[in-house]
Design a binder for this molecule. Structure first.
Ligand SMILES: *[C@@H]1O[C@H](CO)[C@@H](O)[C@H](O)[C@H]1NC(C)=O
Ligand SMILES: *[C@@H]1O[C@H](CO)[C@@H](O)[C@H](O)[C@H]1NC(C)=O
Ligand SMILES: *[C@@H]1O[C@H](CO)[C@@H](O)[C@H](O)[C@H]1NC(C)=O
Ligand SMILES: *[C@@H]1O[C@H](CO)[C@@H](O)[C@H](O)[C@H]1NC(C)=O
Ligand SMILES: *[C@@H]1O[C@H](CO)[C@@H](O)[C@H](O)[C@H]1NC(C)=O
Ligand SMILES: *[C@@H]1O[C@H](CO)[C@@H](O)[C@H](O)[C@H]1NC(C)=O
Length: 665
């Protein structure tokens, strides 16, 4: 009897001794009307939040390691329980889980590299965002100021509402928490026609080396990854561009959904990514804007020395001003220098097909980076970027190299094809060089460059290298599938949120099936009763078709040239040299190599031949598409300090709209 008691006592003691303190951290994505609790051994413990929406709790461990989270209303009643089975382990206290999202490590590989980078791509303090994480952001903003932005994204006469709201901002990564004060702004012009708005947070103190956190809504994209895939393709080609990751965005009582967090091409970014040093001397940087179809266009024509000609053109903005540039008497001096040098070059070398023309251009312009950019724009059919619409780019005067360069950004108009715009020929999908020739903008810049055969040959060589290394279904699939895996659980959530928001604007009710289809080989047909946008090609389908046609194109021009080897990139090396020689050295090989001399190495590259039938049926389908709702469309414009350009076109039928406007990004 006595022995039994002692045994029981010992058992109890053991239980107490071995009961550990367990800590749980979970991010709520339920909105401010709910709290989160921990359900462990059938007991619910309400969790508390110091840095909303991160909830924590500590408990004493019991006999099981299984637990899950529950949603609770403000009276403490459990209103929902996640189905996910979670298992406590030694890492659990160190990570921030997310309610109703599996805690998993997704390996998102980089795309295969076609070229080594031309520029450093980052610095110790300013690194690319990780590819494999989803961040969370909650902003508590001044109610009136926030409501003004949310309900009135446009001011008088469809000008942008440029007001801001004061906020405190909590940013929670899978293992870190940041709190900042700052201001909330709307971003974009066309993007504010959508109900799911895009935002920018200007922080009083940096996070990840950044003063600005821009979150883009991706409201027209059923895959939520067009921008990301395109930016990774630029990266693969060694062209400097922004990095991004995903982020769940909540502001005040609104849950806005899944966004892309992207960098702005500003001073910090230029110092780190272009010069590889946070403190680098940054030169003048101009953002360009074009308004289709009637202009003005950022044609890069020389407009004289008067800075007003540039400033009031509506096409240029001095985004980064170099106070140390003592040669520059005004903010548009460097742009005037560039356009003047280009004009002079154009005149001098108009009929000169020799290497001299290339050498002269490369004295003041990074031609290699630009040609790689054009190749990616052609392959992805970048609908509103530099080549097609003279937009979404910066003209940077690099004081270190004393050269100008063009830096692309904003790729949400990629992988959609022509969207039935008659500015593209009916055979546009097979056309990899003159695909953008008929778009409305002034093609002065590109056309003068591409009149040189040596440069066109280099363009074809770059295209060949990119198609053989990355722009084929094998090359992009691992990346697309991994990103799908990363965001899949958030996609339906994002989709359903559109109905919980009470502002107005274009809506897309895409589905998880649309997402699966469109990341792979299927289009999303237009359905005007639920969606504003469609998507005529799946991502892999587009890569297969376009990559196949452009492979045919380069092989007809160059013969069959295997891909050049690309050495692994050494991130420590600030100035990696391009593996494939830039324009100059190639000029000794004036004639294209003979057709198919080497067979063994390239036979494994499987690029499925494009099926013409697919294209035909696609065209037939999209011809039937005639949305019925009355729409108001505008295009990208900008408001300078002194002049305001606005273009508002109201039409009752989509079909009757100017063709260039058939897509709103
Ligand atoms: C969890 O997420 C799924 C997918 O978004 C949703 O259908 C389900 O209702 C959510 N469950 C809870 C308990 O919130
Ligand atoms: C917003 O914040 C700025 C400083 O960040 C401050 O000057 C201003 O007074 C604030 N406005 C409001 C309405 O709180
Ligand atoms: C959080 O994770 C990132 C990336 O996985 C890592 O670089 C960082 O050091 C981690 N931070 C902490 C506080 O553990
Ligand atoms: C700009 O010039 C000032 C002195 O004129 C110097 O102290 C500063 O370091 C320079 N800044 C950069 C970024 O070169
Ligand atoms: C995500 O939500 C936005 C609106 O909130 C919507 O436009 C978009 O279609 C959704 N995307 C997906 C893939 O569900
Ligand atoms: C459009 O969407 C509605 C609502 O989901 C659906 O009932 C209808 O069948 C769809 N139409 C087409 C052509 O898919």
């Amino acid at each position: 009897m006595k022995l039994l008691y002692i045994n029981l006592f010992l058992l109890t003691l053991t239980a107490i001794v071995y009961a550990d303190v367990w800590k749980f951290n979970v991010v709520s994505i339920l909105g401010t009307a709910y709290d989160v609790g921990l359900k462990y051994e059938n007991k619910v413990t309400k969790m508390t939040s110091e840095v909303y929406p991160l909830y924590t709790v500590t408990i004493r461990s019991g006999s099981t390691t299984e637990y899950h989270y529950v949603a609770m209303d403000k009276s403490g009643n459990v209103v929902a329980e996640e189905k996910i089975k979670r298992v406590y382990n030694s890492n659990t206290p160190n990570i921030n889980e997310v309610y109703n999202r599996t805690t998993k490590t997704v390996n998102v590989p980089s795309l295969p590299r076609a070229f080594n980078p031309i520029y450093p791509g980052g610095s110790a303090k300013y690194q690319d965002f990780p590819r494999n994480q989803i961040y969370n952001l909650y902003a508590s903003c001044n109610d009136d100021q926030y409501d003004d932005l949310k309900y009135s994204p446009f001011g008088e006469g469809k000008t942008k509402n440029e007001n801001f709201a004061n906020c405190t901002i909590n940013l929670i990564t899978p293992n870190e928490t940041y709190q900042r004060t700052g201001a909330l702004y709307l971003v974009g012009y066309n993007s504010r026609l959508y109900k799911k708005l895009s935002w920018k947070f200007k922080l009083d103190k940096k996070i990840f080396g950044r003063k600005t956190i821009k979150v883009r809504a991706l409201a027209s994209d059923p895959t939520l990854m067009r921008d990301k895939l395109a930016s990774e393709l630029f990266r693969s080609a060694g062209v400097p561009t922004y990095s991004g990751t995903y982020i769940r965005v909540m502001i005040n009582d609104d849950v806005w959904g899944l966004y892309n967090i992207v960098d702005t091409v500003g001073g910090n970014w230029l110092a780190s990514v272009i010069h590889g040093n946070d403190d680098a001397h940054v030169g003048y940087n101009y953002k360009i804007y074009s308004s289709v179809p009637n202009g003005p266009f950022a044609s890069l024509r020389y407009l004289g020395e008067d800075p007003d000609s540039y400033e009031y053109s509506g096409s240029y903005e001095a985004d980064e001003v170099d106070k140390n540039d003592t040669q520059a008497p005004n903010e548009f001096y460097r742009l005037a220098r560039f356009t003047k040098m280009f004009e002079d070059w154009t005149k001098t070398y108009k009929n000169d097909q020799s290497q001299n023309a290339v050498t002269a251009l490369e004295k003041f312009f990074d031609l290699e980076s630009f040609l790689r950019q054009l190749v990616i724009e052609s392959l992805t059919f970048a609908y509103d970027n530099f080549w097609a619409q003279l937009g979404n780019s910066a003209i940077y005067y690099n004081p270190e190299k004393n050269k100008y360069q063009i830096i692309p950004y904003d790729f949400d108009g990629t992988f959609f094809g022509s969207c039935d715009s008659p500015y593209y020929a009916s055979d546009y999908i097979t056309d990899c060089i003159s695909w953008a020739d008929n778009t409305a903008v002034d093609k002065y810049f590109v056309n003068n460059i591409m009149r040189h055969e040596l440069i066109v040959t280099r363009y074809q060589q770059i295209m060949n290298q990119i198609i053989k290394t990355v722009f084929n279904v094998d090359g992009v699939s691992a990346f697309i599938d991994a990103v799908s895996n990363l965001i899949r659980e958030d996609v339906s959530w994002n989709f359903s949120l559109i109905d919980t928001l009470d502002n107005s604007g274009y809506e897309n009710h895409f589905t998880l099936k649309n997402f699966e289809d469109n990341t792979n080989f299927k289009m999303v047909e237009y359905n005007g009763s639920i969606n504003y946008n469609d998507a005529n090609y799946g991502l892999k389908q587009w890569v297969q078709l376009r990559g196949g046609y452009c492979k045919n194109y380069v092989e007809s021009e160059l013969g069959s040239v295997p891909a050049a080897p690309v050495n692994p990139v050494n991130p420590v090396n600030p100035e990696p040299t391009p593996e494939v020689a830039p324009v100059q050295p190639t000029t000794t090989v004036a004639a294209p190599p003979p057709v198919v001399t080497t067979k063994p190495t390239t036979t494994t590259t499987v690029i499925v031949a494009p099926k013409p039938t697919t294209v035909t049926s696609k065209v037939t389908i999209s011809k039937k598409v005639i949305p019925i709702k009355s729409t108001t469309t505008t295009h990208r414009i900008r408001n300078t300090r002194k002049v305001t350009i606005k273009k508002v076109v109201s039409r009752t039928k989509y079909a009757a709209r100017p063709p260039e406007l058939n897509r709103t990004f």
